[in-house]
Structures are given as structure tokens and as C-alpha cells.
Write a protein that binds this ligand. Structure first.
Ligand code: HAM
Length: 411
């Protein structure tokens, strides 16, 4: 086939997104809400490469993710490489590498892009960005309360109310003790049952499968929280969060050692978790260092955007230019460019429309690109030094020299 006959598809790869400026605007809005929530609790930013040695995930990530959901390949040096499916092993590796120097507790956040070979569906894609907030070095309930408060603050920053989402929390040890004591399960049966409970929401025949494992009628009606878990629940409730004990929250990763939690939409539009996390006190021992009590969560951008849509909270797109300068024809390009430079020197974002279309088309185009203000520059403006600033949204016009134009734009 000759080159002229090649017609490539403009669609992105399956399950990943292109970010056009309108999408990027929303993405930045979400990232800002994530950043400012993390910074308000004093979390420091870190980052790493998307490439990791596959071994990093083999021990503790969990079979489902590693065997079925990673993008893994061999590099030219025959090394097994994986595109990171989550950030937790990476941040554990980084903290372990500096364990001696780092003053505890370490409070770190990041917004990495992650890759999972999942079936694309509402709220789940093959590439997503995920706020990760983790506190290393504290086994106190304060650590759980703090990270859950950060996740809650992201949602409040996005304009949600506490009544629009709920936190479901549990503790793997509470679940284990309950199951072992009530049903006298061996290690193998216990593991099977835990995996089943984790998948309950995706299953139609959960009851039957659970009954089979315990050899009778399975029920968790009589499970109780611990004083520690209750304290977390009470303290967060008193802050205004909707939080409840839910023993069906298990979470898929093998590294969680205690508290586990997930946030959900209170309504029915978004059935998948908004964010999820928990305590993983043993992960650092993978790197031959001592254990370090740690708790954190991941909060994805895909569900964040869905939630904004559901509650009518998407921000309205604004062009970054404060004003568009429209020369009436090509002979006014240079003078318009000089005018724009003067405004930029005062901190105003300016675009100059260098297309040779007529002025009505230029104004329409500025409006379509959501630029709020325009100035037309032609013979009269150059001769008088007076300009007419028009706000395309309100229709309000201001006439004056450049200092008046600047004052109006800065208001
Ligand atoms: P996770 O539950 O796998 O946890 O993901 C956390 C959040 O990331 C989910 O609640 C969801 O918002 C988002 N997310 C996950 N997978 C996808 C996907 N395929 N598409 C879109 N969004 C997705 C973890 O990853 C843990 N490493 C979090 C953590 C940090 N635990 C402790 N520290």
C-alpha cells in the first residue's frame, strides 16, 4: 500500500483519553481541588516514572491486578517492565530508599497516571490519573482521620456536600476475627471468603457461594466494630462526614493490614467507588527495611469528573486569554501586536487574531472560543489612541486610552 492510501483512525487507543482544551480545563480544575486539599494538610509532592520493574508488584499487589490487569513487557535488555497500575508500591519503594534520613511522619501526595488493562466502563478506564495521599510513620487513629479528611476535602473543594457522598469503613482484622471465630475457617477457606466478600457487589450468586464456603447460612448481621474503628467513625461524623461501618469493604490489594475504606456517591448514578484506601503497615518490609505504619488512599480523576457531571458541578470553560485584539486588516497586525505587548507587560493574557477574515467573523470566533473581551484596532483607534473594549458576555463597552482599558481588564 502506498502512503497516500493510508488512512489512520483518529480515535485514541482503547480505554484511554485525549484531553482537548475543554477536557484539560476540567482536569486542571479537579487536580487543583486535589492539590489544595493535600497542601492544606501539609502534604509534600513527589513523583516517579511510569515504568517499574514487574517484580515490584509480584509480592503484594494481588493476583487479579498483576496477572490480568497490567501492561507488562520485556525491554531490549530482557528485563520485565510494567507500566505502573498503582502508585502505592512505588511510594513504598521511595520511602524505603530514604528510610534513615526521612523525618517521620512522612506526608506525601502525588497525582500519577496509572495503567490497568481493565474492561472500559463507567468510572473505569485503562489509563487514569489518581491522587495518592499517604502518611508514613504513624499508627494512631489520627492518621486515618487525617487521610480520610483529605479525601473528604477534595470532594468539598469540588463543590459537593457531605450529604452527596458516604464513607464506608472496615478493618480487615475485625472481619478476619469474626469469620474465624464464627465459622472456624482454615486459612484457605478464610482467604476464599474474603475474596468473595470483596466481590459481593459484582456477583449475583454471592449468598450461595458464601454459604458453600462456611457450610451453612452465611451472615454478618452480628459483626461489631472495635473501639478503635468506632473512634475513627465518631470523630469523622462529628466533622460532618457521612461515615458507616461496612464489613463488606475488603479491597483487592494484598498489602492492606487493618483499616480499609471507600467513598461512594450517595445517589445511584455512580456505582463504583470514588476513592479507596487503607492501612498497610508491612509493605516496606518488602525492601528489607523495618515495617512502618502507613495509611493512605487513591482518588481517581475519572469518577471525580463523573461526580461533577452528576451533581451539575462542572466548571464553565474559560479561555486563558483575558482579551482578544482584532486588527481590522493585515496593515494593523504590527500595531496590534505592539498594543498586545503593552497589556501583557501588565499581566494581562492577550491573543491577537492574525486571520485575514472580516471583523464580524473574528468576533464570532472569539466568542466561540469563550474569550470574554475584544478590542478592534483600525485607523480610528490608531489615530485617536482611544479603544473600545467590549465584553462579549455582558455586552458592556468601555471606551478610553490604554490605561482605562487596563483598569477595566484588571477589575
Ligand atoms: P484502588 O481502589 O485500586 O486503590 O484505586 C483507587 C481509586 O482510583 C478508585 O476508587 C478510583 O477512583 C480510581 N481508579 C482505580 N482504577 C481505575 C480505573 N481503571 N479507571 C479509573 N479510575 C480508577 C489503589 O490504587 C491504592 N493503591 C490506593 C492507595 C493509596 N492505598 C493506599 N494508598
Amino acid at each position: 500500500m502506498s502512503d497516500e492510501n493510508i488512512k489512520l483512525n483518529t480515535e485514541p487507543y482503547k480505554g484511554v483519553r485525549d484531553f482537548f482544551p475543554e477536557d484539560m480545563y476540567i482536569q486542571e480544575y479537579i487536580f487543583n481541588a486535589m492539590r489544595s486539599a493535600s497542601l492544606s494538610f501539609g502534604y509534600e509532592k513527589y513523583d516517579a516514572s511510569i515504568l517499574e520493574p514487574t517484580d515490584l508488584y509480584r509480592a503484594k499487589t494481588g493476583d487479579e491486578i498483576i496477572n490480568e490487569q497490567t501492561y507488562s513487557f520485556k525491554d531490549r535488555g530482557d528485563r520485565d517492565v510494567t507500566l505502573r497500575p498503582e502508585m502505592t508500591p512505588t511510594v513504598a519503594r521511595m520511602v524505603a530508599s530514604r528510610k534513615r534520613e526521612l523525618p517521620l511522619p512522612v506526608r506525601w501526595y502525588s497525582i500519577p497516571n496509572l495503567f490497568r488493562y481493565e474492561r472500559p466502563q463507567k468510572g473505569r478506564l485503562r489509563e487514569h490519573f489518581q491522587l495518592n495521599v499517604d502518611i508514613f510513620g504513624s499508627d494512631s487513629v489520627e492518621a486515618e482521620i487525617e487521610v480520610i479528611s483529605v479525601a473528604r476535602k477534595v470532594l468539598l473543594n469540588l463543590g459537593l456536600k457531605d450529604s452527596q457522598f458516604k464513607v464506608k469503613i472496615s478493618d480487615r482484622n475485625v472481619l478476619n476475627d469474626f469469620l474465624v471465630n464464627k465459622y472456624s475457617l482454615d486459612e484457605n477457606a478464610l482467604q476464599k471468603l474474603q475474596k468473595l466478600i470483596d466481590k459481593k457487589n459484582k456477583m449475583d450468586d454471592f449468598e450461595e457461594a458464601a454459604n458453600n464456603i462456611v457450610g451453612g447460612k452465611f451472615s454478618m448481621d452480628d459483626i461489631q466494630t472495635t473501639p478503635r474503628l468506632q473512634e475513627i467513625i465518631d470523630r469523622l461524623s462529628s466533622l460532618g462526614a457521612q461515615i458507616e461501618f461496612d464489613p463488606y469493604i475488603v479491597r483487592g490489594f494484598d498489602y492492606y493490614t487493618g483499616t480499609v475504606f471507600e467513598f461512594y456517591d450517595s445517589g445511584t448514578d455512580n456505582p463504583r467507588a470514588i476513592c479507596g484506601g487503607g492501612r498497610f503497615d508491612d509493605l516496606l518490609s518488602l525492601f528489607g527495611t523495618e515495617k512502618l505504619p502507613t495509611v493512605g488512599f487513591g482518588f481517581g480523576d475519572v469518577v471525580a469528573r463523573d461526580i461533577l457531571e452528576t451533581y451539575g458541578l462542572l466548571p464553565e470553560y474559560k479561555n486563558p486569554a483575558d482579551i482578544e485584539v482584532c486588527p481590522v486588516d493585515a496593515s494593523f497586525f504590527a500595531v496590534s501586536s505592539g498594543f498586545a505587548e503593552k497589556l501583557r507587560a501588565e499581566g494581562i493574557n492577550v491573543v491577537v487574531n492574525y486571520m485575514t477574515k472580516n471583523i464580524v467573523d473574528k468576533i464570532k470566533s472569539a466568542d466561540k472560543r469563550k474569550v470574554s473581551n475584544i478590542i478592534v484596532i483600525g485607523e480610528d483607534e490608531v489615530a485617536s489612541g482611544k479603544y473600545k473594549l467590549k465584553n462579549l458576555k455582558t455586552g458592556i463597552e468601555t471606551i478610553g486610552d490604554i490605561s482605562i482599558i487596563l483598569d477595566t481588564l484588571k477589575k
